[in-house]
Design a protein. Structure first.
Length: 384
């Protein structure tokens, strides 16, 4: 009797709940551990901050930012830890097998951490969606901001579980999916699922007016029901997206100023450079195939592939920073009154409680202080 036959015999003799316990118990461990770690991270950061509060929103944003940073890093770290340990939860009597365990533990870890972070945001008086809307925003954020990881982990998992299947079709489909994601495919999926809506008359008029001014025309503009105040441009499919939070805080003049910035992104000449950002993700997806071809353990290839993805993301920081500075320049040259674009930026930063100066070299966007100083708007305070 080989091992597989022994497992089948044991499974037949044991009660049905044993198989379910092999699925439910790891799920509960992940949920409890993720919730506890998020609570510890938020509580510790709050105690370090204390009860100090500033006079204006800029000072409050500076004081509370460490709490938000601790919660955000905890969500990321919990996802990485449980994603890496996913295979350890699988046993011979498990009801499911293979790489699907990555999703069984990864998604609950990140979602529970995000829910705890939402509770802290409410305690801090920050903008946060209601509980019912949070799930929709989580799905929408995953489609718009996280499609690379969805595609990459799905492809890598499939190749791990199907070593006998020719990898070429899977890798070609992965490359195409990553390309479409970089062009705004996630936003189009959100529209297909009813999570994104066509532009309202107000937004459509603002985009149309500003497009005529700069001679850059998007293929479509969407509104997405996210609490955060922001706007996005997807160069490949020439799409614009504005969040409900941004539309709520921007008046008509400020909305047009942000439109100029996003249209500036659509006018960028670096389409190939933007698309090349997905190449490290393709390396991660292809890691199982490369390891099998070289006769190496998967993690010997997957580890360097993930390290390369992180390093390349850092290396592309200058390119992203140049894009933001170029889009800022477009918006400043088109502003109706001096300082209008700076005022629009301030409205977004204030709504999101982003500090005027973040510091560090990892940022994609210039600090608000520098963006205001570059225009006709006086910075809010002396540079921290």
């Amino acid at each position: 009797m080989n091992d597989a036959e022994a497992v089948r015999v044991a499974a037949a003799l044991l009660p049905a709940w044993v198989g379910w316990a092999n699925l439910v118990l790891p799920f509960l461990i992940v949920v409890v551990a993720a919730a506890l770690s998020a609570w510890v991270a938020g509580t510790t950061a709050l105690r370090l901050v204390g009860n100090s509060r500033g006079d204006g929103w800029a000072e409050n944003a500076r004081i509370l930012f460490p709490v938000r940073l601790a919660l955000g890093l905890n969500t990321l770290v919990m996802g990485l830890i449980f994603g890496a340990l996913a295979s350890e939860f699988e046993g011979p009597l498990s009801l499911i097998h293979g790489a699907i365990w990555i999703w069984v533990v990864l998604l609950p870890a990140m979602l529970v951490s995000g829910l705890v972070a939402r509770r802290f945001a409410v305690r801090l008086g920050l903008r946060a969606p209601s509980r019912s809307a949070w799930w929709r925003e989580a799905a929408l954020g995953l489609l718009i901001f996280g499609p690379y990881w969805l595609v990459t982990l799905t492809a890598a998992g499939w190749l791990l579980d199907h070593p006998d299947v020719p990898p070429a079709p899977v890798l070609v489909a992965t490359a195409l999916a990553l390309l479409l994601s970089s062009w705004g495919g996630g936003l189009l999926l959100a529209r297909a699922f009813g999570l994104a809506k066509p532009a309202s008359q107000r937004l459509e008029e603002a985009v149309g007016k500003t497009s005529q001014r700069v001679g850059i025309f998007p293929r479509a503009t969407y509104e997405v029901p996210l609490t955060m105040a922001n706007a996005f441009a997807f160069h490949g499919f020439r799409l614009l997206a504005f969040t409900r939070g941004a539309l709520d805080v921007l008046d008509d003049d400020a909305l047009e100023a942000i439109c100029f910035h996003e249209l500036g992104h659509l006018g960028e000449p670096w389409r190939l450079a933007r698309t090349s950002q997905v190449l490290p993700f393709f390396g991660i997806a292809a890691a199982p195939t490369m390891a099998r071809t070289a006769g190496l353990p998967v993690f010997w290839v997957l580890g360097p592939a993930m390290a390369l993805a992180v390093l390349s993301n850092y290396g592309l920081r200058r390119l992203r920073r140049r894009r933001e500075e170029r889009a800022d320049a477009v918006a400043r040259t088109q502003e109706g009154e001096p300082g209008g674009y700076g005022r629009a930026l301030e409205l977004l930063y204030k709504a999101n409680r982003i500090p005027v100066v973040l510091g560090g070299r990892w940022k994609t966007h210039p600090d608000l202080y520098d963006r205001l100083a570059a225009g006709a708007t006086s910075p809010l305070t002396a540079r921290p």
